[in-house]
Design a protein around this ligand. Structure first.
Ligand code: C5P
Length: 202
């Protein structure tokens, strides 16, 4: 049997990361958070580099996650993510990741639509703006970041609008994706639902 791919897409702070890590741990799959690739390119532009050159030179082994998880880097990521040449430079790495592991979970915005349209399981994880802002606010303030809930909500909305409104691989569920709305779900139930969907195809 060939590689088994789980595609997990959705807007910012919907729970994709937690669900992806849990599914990967449950089935012994490798996990790639593709948002980190765009964040790394965004961070490089904040440091003065040109976006497309930075995307072509990207070295995922050298990522500093703490730096990449900040608000300004998230906004810069969504700006470079609208550039077709940046997206094109990152496609091969993502597809190769899915191919070289017996099982892989990739999470992002366009995994089920563009990167791995043949994925065995496609989930679109979402939640209301307010719930996502609340979760991201608690996460960031818990790490000592100086943020307000209103500021986080505004940032998420700006990023989602840019991600869904762009021409290149816009944020949207694949036709064959199962939507998991976690607005009224605790994270344990969301994980259980995702694990059950994967188990059913495994
Ligand atoms: O998932 P995360 O919030 O880390 O993603 C940061 C940004 O990277 C997103 O707002 C989006 O613009 C971009 N992105 C993307 N396609 C992906 C993953 C992330 O365009 N597959």
């Amino acid at each position: 049997t060939g590689p088994f791919t789980v595609a997990i897409d959705g807007p910012a702070a919907a729970g994709k990361g937690t669900i992806s890590r849990a599914v990967a741990a449950e089935f012994g799959f490798a996990h790639l958070d593709t948002g980190l690739l765009y964040r790394a390119v965004g961070a490089a532009t904040l440091a003065g580099e040109e976006a497309v050159a930075a995307a072509r030179a990207l070295d995922p082994a050298g990522f500093d996650e703490a730096l990449l998880r900040t608000g300004p880097v998230a906004q810069a990521a969504s700006r470079v993510a609208a550039m077709p040449e940046v997206r094109a430079a990152l496609v091969d790495f993502q597809r190769a990741f899915a191919r070289r592991h017996g099982g892989a979970v990739l999470d992002g915005r366009d995994i089920g639509t563009v990167i791995c349209p043949e994925a065995e399981v496609k989930l679109f994880v979402t939640a209301s703006d307010e719930v996502r802002a609340r979760r991201r606010f608690l996460e960031l303030s818990g790490k000592g970041h100086d943020v307000t809930e209103a500021g986080v909500l505004e940032d998420l909305r700006a990023r989602d609008a840019r991600d869904a409104g762009r021409d290149a691989a816009p944020l949207r569920p694949a036709d064959d994706a199962v939507t998991l709305d976690t607005t009224r779900m605790d994270i344990g139930s969301a994980v259980a639902e995702a694990v059950a969907r994967v188990a059913a195809r495994r």
